[in-house]
Write a protein that binds this ligand. Sequence first.
Ligand SMILES: O=C(O)CCC(=O)C(=O)O
Length: 368
Amino acid sequence: MEPALRELWAESRDLLGLPSSSLDAAAVAVPRIDLPPTPLAFLRDHVSPGRPLLVSAAATRHWPAASLWPTASYLTDALRSTAVSLHLTPDGRADALSSHPHPHPHPRRPGSSRCFASAHVRHVDVPTAVRLIRGSDPAAGLVAYAQQQDDCLRGEYTAVAGDVDAHVPWATEALGCLPEAVNLWIGNAHSVTSFHKDHYDNIYVVLSGEKHFLLLPPTEHHRLYVRDYPAARYVATEQGSEEEPQLRLKLEMEEPERIVPWSSVDPCPASPEEMAMQASSFPLYFDGPAPIRCTVRAGEMLYLPSMWFHHVSQSPGPNGLTIAVNYWYDMQFDIKYAYFNFLRSLEINGCSSGKPDASEGDLEEKKD
Ligand SMILES: O=C(O)CCC(=O)C(=O)O
């Protein structure tokens, strides 16, 4: 079965115009255009074949946010007394695998030593949120990321929503609907989003700093070793003095148990030992075609087709922050989706997801 899969990966990358040899790593890039596409060209060349696209900063030059948001204090002034949801973890890895807090063998999953960890969410005013994000430090055990994925730009951050376009006109026309959600993301270099996919067509726009995407097409599902993990959540206890409270985060397993299918692969392990462990455990990822790398700079827009797996890291701008807005458009559940479910059901090296519409590696559930 594995040779047939490798043939599928090579053929689909060929048809997408993306090289498939791992030797071509430097050449594997998302097509980039200087001016926004017409709706027809976008539909024909990107939505229909499921091919990503990077659009230069010309696309957002008219947005007030392009000049206002990268400044040091605009957002904190404009949102001074607005309470927002801030996601806290000790290491910047929310919605990611972590060591199980009680690593005894699980009766139904002997040997399972990892769990799916969600952040502790606090409601704080924007100046506090920005101070905590800027000061994030895994060495101090606290990394803050404003990444509420529930249409938060039009909700919690509504006072600044008018600084960006309400939708992306050429995408709206091509996709035939308005965005279902518009989200704001504010982080710094310590926050990383692990490999997952979404049931949305995504227009992702960076406004300060840079976002670094690693991408794999849906045909490469088996390379991500999606497996079932028990869910856990960070809980906070206050320590320190009343004047200078300090938060300590502890991982607790969810009760009743909830199982989350999630990718087992960490493409950027922290140490050579971890890298060796990852490479030997997940050869289809580490010994396959290079992931497609795409850095989205301030002002640029990435079109990320639905169901593409993505891993996202970030570098802050001069204001110490990475700021982005994304537009999620509902995907079309068409024949490609049916083929993809069939592919997923094939068991390769103990990896499959028999559930036809499982939300594996899919953050969509959080939106409601
Ligand atoms: O920016 C991030 O950290 C993750 C973005 C993402 O996963 C998405 O837009 O679907």
